[in-house]
Every structure is written in C-alpha cells, then in structure tokens.
Design a binder for this molecule. Structure first.
Ligand SMILES: Nc1nc2c(ncn2[C@@H]2O[C@H](COP(=O)(O)OP(=O)(O)OP(=O)(O)O)[C@@H](O)[C@H]2O)c(=O)[nH]1
Ligand SMILES: [Mg+2]
Length: 545
C-alpha cells in the first residue's frame, strides 16, 4: 500500500487505514471526482478535523493521498512525478477538502500555478460531513497577467461529470499553441529572467541586460525579462506570493525551463521558492558559477570552480532529495561535478574536503613554477578588465598567438602567459586573466584569488575597457573595486580603450582625455603602436612609476 503524505501524526490507526484505502479508489476520467469518493473523503475529513487532499491522474487513479491540518494541506514534492515538458501541465489534478466552507484560497491558486496542476478543486463540507459545494479553477493560458486563472462557479455534488479530460486537453492545446510561438530552438534551456530590486529602474535594467548577456553566453535562450521594483525586499521570500504566481504562469505560457534571478538568493529565499515551484531556479551567482564550470580548462580552474559551486550549494541544500537534484542541476544540467542525483550534505562536505586538499597541492606546484619563472627576472605585464572587453584578443594580437577569444562572457578562465619582445628588444611576460564582473560571487572571488594572485607580481596592468559597451563606465568602476579588494591599486596601469572601431570617431577623443587612456582596436595590430610604446616606456623606467 502506498503511504499517506503530510500531517498524519496523531491519527488513529483506523483513520490511517481509511486514508490508505483511498489509493484503491478509481475515478471515471470524465468526472472531476465521483460522488461516492467525494463523500467518503469529506466524511473522513470531517471526523479527523483535517483537510484531506487527493492528486488524481488522468486515468482516474489516485496518485497521492495527503493529510493536512485544519487550514491547509501541503502538497509533497511531485517534481519527479512525471518528466513533463516545460510548458505542459503536470497530469495531476488536486481535489481537497475545506473545513471552513470557503472557496479556493490564494494558496490553492499558487499551488495550481506552481505545480502546473491540471485542475485545483476544493470541496466544502456540510454539518453532517457530506460534500456541500465544489470550487474549482484551472490555469487560463490565454488569460491576461491579472487573470491567469479561470475559477468556475461552485458545482453541486451531483454535477461532477464535467468532461474533465476534454477540459484538460483544451488547456493543453492552448498551451501548446502558445509554446509553438517560442519553440524556434528546441533542446536549449529557456530562461525567464527576473529582477526583484529596490534599485532605480535604470540600474536594474542595466544589470538585467548584463544578466541576459551572461545567460546567452551560457548557451541559454531568454524568453522574457521581468523587473519588479520594490520598496523593501523580503528577506524570506524575496518576492510576494502573488508575483511568484504570475511568474509561474508566465513561465508556463512561454515554456520556460528555468527562472534566473538577477539577485543572489539567500538560502531561505532559494528554499522557499524552490519548495513552491517545480521549476529550476538559478540566481546570478549560480549562473556565473555554472558558466565558469563550463569554461574552466586547467585542473586548478576546474577544482576551484567545483569547490565554489559546492560551497554555494551546501547551505541551500534541502533535505528533500528531489529538490536537491533540481538545485544541483545547474544550467543545462551542468551542476557541480558528477554529483547529480543522490547528492546529500555529507557527501558534499566530503567532496569539499577532498577538493580543498587537491587544490592546495596544485597551488603548491604552481608556486614552484612561478618562483622558477621569477628567477628569470622578466617584467610581467598583466591584461585585466571586464569580461568580454577584448583581453585575450589583445594578447593574441600583441604576441601573434591564439588564445581563445570569443564573443561570450568568460571565454578565458585560466590565465595564459606569453613572451613579448618590444621593438627596443626588451622582453616581457604578458599574461591574460579571467574577466571581471560586478558582484563576483564571494566564493568565486576567494577561489579565483589564486589565479589573480599572479597579478601581485605584475609590473604593469593593462586595464582593457570595451568602450563600445553602453555600460563601460560601470564596468570600469567594478574592475577598480575588485582591484582595491585585491590590494592591487599600487601597480601602475594603462587604461586601454578597446574596440574603437565600433565607436563613433568624435566620441573617442573626449574619452581618451577623461580616462587618460589609449584607444585601440585589439583586432587590428596597426592600432597598437602607441600602446606598445607606452608599455615599453613604463616598463623601462620603473623609477617613474
Ligand atoms: N570590433 C571589435 N571586436 C573586438 C575587438 N577586440 C575584441 N573584440 C571582440 O570581442 C569579443 C571578446 O573578446 P575576448 O578577447 O574574448 O575578450 P576577453 O576580455 O578575453 O573576454 P573573457 O575572457 O570572456 O573575459 C570577441 O568576439 C572579440 O572578437 C576590437 O577591437 N574590435
Ligand atoms: Mg579572454
């Protein structure tokens, strides 16, 4: 016999048995529920003074029996119930009792939306414990933002032959039509981007634009962007239930597979949102971590990223295994390492310990290599800057080599070094670094400190700025802030204004003046001559630093 879910403690054996027996019942598929079953459930519910819920599949089988308390039932995690295509209904309808003669509640509608239930229905009970009225609602695919549901007038208990399957099929068809509008590239993750913020609109939009770039460079399609400005942010739920409901419906309509929050979700926010929806939820930090995980090349880089991912995940792990698998799935299933399904806290901790050991070994080795290189006494020039600024391109053009340069964020994760011989025969080592980004996740910051430690021994920093990016000023500030954090402000630097070919000529001169920079096109070697001269000059006259 399948077990009864929910609040069963304190029930008599006889009640438990009667609840368990409900699993044996069948509903004729066209009926919302049969009168007999409704009656038996209301009687029992009346007796135990607790709500009782049934999740019924489309064959009319009872998939879950749930006991609640006087006010509510809590639907168990059904994310593993059926591998549903995004934008489709769950294939389960929920019918439950209401002891206080009330219609569908806000919680009922939230569950309807979040769990993508076929139908949500509540049966009220007469004084004798018999079914009184049935309140039912379903998702309304074509509805507006404000009325995403259809709530039917109450049914009487002898009106239950409502053509249930047809109704569900009609909803599915409508959803499929909506989905078809967005289904151009299948197989990809489809993201709904959400920002919940107290920041002014302009700043929030800039941040969302960057989030979109990040998401795109993670190989994910963006189906819609939602900005919600608030006076204060709720530390427990981040966003109100009403808004969360809207999001769930929007995700359903657009066939989104994942919701990406522009804010970092604290563990309790992450838990409450994942608990309520059966969608994959990712925040900005996790997204960056996932991208880093995709890109890391060297052993050290890989270890660092996995360590950062696990550290971020640990406090967010929920005791329910299935929910964990949703959390650890990452974008496109690129969660940390091999630890996908039966991940649990203890195993995560073990892995963290092992990774930390492995990392310190790798670092020791790298330090030794570094000392060897330092002995040669060559000056080191490090190229730094916001992600996608053109750092790798500059290194390539300067040294005629071919470090991966790509139009996606975080193309470079592992530092690469090249030798460069200046016209006047000075030889230097020039290194490329991981791109900077605002709000760099703290764990990643710690993890990548090691990579950036190299910067401490740099004699000159080339701060590459993509002046064709509308947000370049904010990006400069972000980079400078991180440099301060890393205590690297004292190293002399050159501000390199890159991608001048994409900017109108008249705009360049004022920028050169205000930022005291040198404009170049990293792609075009002929534009680099003034930069090379300045670099050589600064390297050769350390006394003037
Ligand atoms: N038009 C133009 N595009 C450029 C220029 N420099 C770089 N790019 C392009 O900008 C994109 C990013 O260049 P990368 O060199 O990979 O940038 P990066 O700073 O190393 O980026 P990450 O390693 O991801 O932080 C690539 O598509 C380059 O082709 C330039 O001077 N002009
Ligand atoms: Mg790069």
């Amino acid at each position: 016999m399948k077990r009864v879910f929910g609040n069963t403690s304190g029930l008599k054996a006889n009640h438990i048995r009667r609840l368990e027996n409900l699993y044996r019942r069948r509903v004729s598929p066209e009926f919302l529920i049969s009168y007999e079953l409704a009656r038996d459930v209301t009687r029992l519910s009346h007796e135990i003074r607790r709500q009782i819920g049934l999740l019924i599949d489309r064959m009319g089988k009872i998939a879950y029996v749930i006991a609640g308390d006087h006010q509510r039932i809590v639907i168990p995690d059904i994310s593993q119930y059926r591998a549903t295509t995004p934008g489709r209904l769950k294939g389960l309808r929920c019918l439950h009792t209401h002891l206080n003669n009330e219609p569908l509640t806000g919680d009922d509608l939230t569950d309807l939306a979040f769990l993508r239930l076929d139908i949500m229905a509540a049966v009220t009970i007469t004084g004798e414990g018999l079914p009184h009225q049935i309140h039912m609602g379903h998702i309304l695919p074509g509805g507006s933002q404000n009325t995403p549901y259809e709530i039917l007038p109450p049914l009487s208990p002898n009106q239950l032959d409502i053509g249930c399957l047809e109704l569900i099929q009609a909803i599915e068809d409508e959803l499929a039509q909506l989905r078809a509008l967005y289904d151009a590239d299948t197989g990809k993750e489809r993201a709904l981007l959400v920002s919940v913020t107290t920041a002014p609109r302009r700043i929030a939009m800039e941040s969302l634009a960057e989030l979109e770039e990040l998401v795109l460079s993670g190989g994910i399609t963006v189906v819609e962007t939602v900005l919600q400005q608030r006076k204060a942010v709720d530390s427990r739920f981040l966003i109100g239930r009403g808004k969360l409901q809207e999001l769930a419906i929007l995700a359903l309509r657009k066939g989104a597979t994942v919701i990406v929050f522009d804010q970092e979700l604290n563990p309790s926010q992450m838990r409450s949102i994942t608990d309520q929806t059966d969608m994959k939820i990712i925040d900005r930090t996790q997204l960056i971590l996932d991208i880093f995980a995709q890109r890391a090349q060297t052993r050290e880089g890989k270890l660092q990223v996995e360590l950062a991912q696990l550290k971020y995940l640990l406090p967010r792990l929920i005791t329910k295994n299935t929910a964990m698998s949703r959390l650890t799935g990452g974008i496109g299933g690129r969660g940390p390492g091999e630890t996908k399904l039966e991940i649990n806290r203890r195993r995560v901790r073990d892995r963290i310990t092992r990774l930390t050991k492995a990392l310190s070994l790798v670092r020791k080795q790298r330090k030794q290599q570094k000392t060897r290189r330092d002995k040669k006494g060559l000056p080191v020039i490090s190229i730094i800057g916001y992600t996608n600024a053109g750092k790798s391109t500059l290194l390539n053009t300067l040294t005629k080599s071919s470090v991966l340069a790509e139009s996606r964020l975080f193309a470079t994760l592992d530092p690469s070094s090249r030798r460069l011989r200046f016209p006047r025969d000075t030889e230097v080592i020039i290194t490329d670094t991981v791109g900077f980004i605002k709000d760099l996740p703290k764990d990643l910051m710690v993890a990548f400190r090691a990579t950036l430690e190299e910067l401490e021994s740099a004699d000159l920093l080339l701060h590459v700025v993509d002046i064709s990016n509308p947000r370049f000023e904010a990006q400069i500030r972000s980079v400078e802030r991180i440099l301060t954090d890393l205590d690297l402000n004292d190293i002399p630097g050159i501000c390199v204004l890159n991608k001048q070919d994409l900017v109108e000529k008249e705009a360049i001169a004022p920028l050169i003046r205000s930022l005291d920079g040198i404009a170049i096109s990293a792609k075009d070697r002929s534009t680099l001559i003034p930069l090379i001269e300045k670099m050589e000059g600064m390297i050769q006259r350390p006394d003037q630093r």
